[in-house]
Design a protein around this ligand. Structure first.
Ligand code: ZN
Length: 395
């Protein structure tokens, strides 16, 4: 696990601990139980220290010592089970939660929280039916339990029940007073794709339009609309793709193929090169627009110009293997490669090296491609191109 991933885990853990703290405060107000003196234990302090420095296993060990002396400390049990889940010991987390739920002295809020946490344990363990049951039980105890609602929303996403996920997310946004328009937009786009798969084109179109009215940055909705409109109305398709580029220029390259098709269908293929030139002017580090433009120049016989453009792209982005590959291809077209070099380039073209590395900004999960939803932390629209710095001493 990378350091950053650990920080993410730690933050998630801290969030869990905070939520725990909230109901501890609520319980204190209720005044129905004596507070255990676990906070004075040196192991508790040590456990918190380990938590703050990302040493989760040691934190579990220290908090275990606290629980030996204070087996009734509900909040320590909650944090302990949460930590076990985070380090992958989901069975242990489930065990702690079930023992906790067997107790008769929990307050309503404590019971709802423990049930919701148990639901998340089951969800992480892939036992989705049991997870649904536990979240449902938590909401029976406390219909406004945010932890259970958020868990159920994620569960619906995992089961590709997009409408249900959308409805719960709407409720969550209202209750938390949060702006979830981007996530809601992505969920609408998924509903649209689902409608397309079952042949309901009008419903699909409506979902994609709703997605964009929620948030213009829902890139897959632009792409899907362009595809729907391409044959009937290529100008409208080109327009929606240009809107996508304007709303999220850092993702413009995802629309390049569709834009080329749309401009060609309009009978104006040169508009693509003009768009690339505009993008290059806006962001000198945009190697993808340079790459696409170089491809256009090369196809039009302006090979020297293409090479110049690629070499400038490399200066700003020496880490991008795809640009290196395009330089080789262009040199080949210029006839500057001997038979050995040509064999080398052919090998390189087939190699798996030339993937397009992307990384999740929320949990640092890496993928070979751009993903709309992270398969690890399940957040939406968190992937960015992974930029690698030049090797030390190379400059
Ligand atoms: Zn992630």
């Amino acid at each position: 696990m990378t350091d950053t991933a650990l920080v993410a885990v730690l933050l998630a853990t801290a969030a869990g601990a905070l939520a725990g703290g909230a109901w501890v405060a609520g319980r204190r107000k209720a005044g129905d139980r004596q507070r255990p003196g676990f906070r004075s234990s040196p192991h508790y302090t040590e456990g918190l220290h380990c938590l703050a420095t990302g040493q989760l296993e040691t934190a579990i060990h220290e908090l275990g010592k606290v629980l030996r002396d204070h087996p009734d400390a509900v909040e320590v049990l909650q944090v302990q089970s949460h930590l076990n889940r985070e380090v992958g010991k989901v069975e242990r987390a489930i065990e702690i939660h079930r023992a906790l739920l067997a107790r008769k002295d929990l307050t309503r809020a404590e019971r709802a929280y423990a049930l919701a946490s148990l639901g998340t344990d089951y969800r992480k363990a892939g036992m989705l039916d049991r997870a649904a049951q536990a979240y449902g039980d938590a909401l029976d105890v406390d219909p406004r339990n945010l932890h259970a609602l958020a868990g159920r929303q994620k569960l619906a996403e995992e089961q590709r029940q997009w409408r249900e996920a959308y409805e719960i997310q709407t409720r969550l946004a209202r209750m938390r007073k949060s702006d979830d328009a981007l996530v809601l937009g992505f969920l609408q786009a998924e509903m649209g794709r689902e409608a397309l798969r079952s042949g309901r084109r009008d419903a699909a179109e409506q979902s994609f339009l709703t997605a964009l009215s929620l948030d213009r940055r829902v890139f897959p909705a632009h792409l899907a609309l362009a595809e729907l409109w391409l044959e009937r109305d290529p100008r409208r398709a080109a327009q929606v793709l240009e809107d996508a580029v304007a709303a999220a220029p850092e993702r413009a390259y995802l629309a390049f193929d569709a834009l080329q098709k749309a401009y060609a269908a309009c009978g104006e293929p040169s508009r693509f090169a003009a768009l690339c030139e505009r993008l290059v002017g806006q962001d000198p580090r945009d190697w993808r627009a340079r790459l696409a433009l170089a491809g256009q120049l090369r196809a039009g016989g302006r090979v020297e110009e293409a090479l110049g453009l690629l070499l400038r792209a490399l200066e700003a982005n020496p880490h991008v293997l795809l640009v290196h590959l395009e330089v080789w291809r262009t040199l080949r077209v210029l006839g500057q490669l001997g038979p050995d070099e040509q064999r080398y380039v052919a090998t390189v073209e087939e190699s798996a090296l030339y993937v397009d590395p992307h990384i999740c900004t929320a949990c640092r999960y890496r993928a070979d491609d751009m993903l709309w939803r992270c398969p690890h932390c399940h957040e939406w629209s968190t992937f960015v191109e992974e930029r690698v710095s030049p090797a030390a001493g190379s400059r």
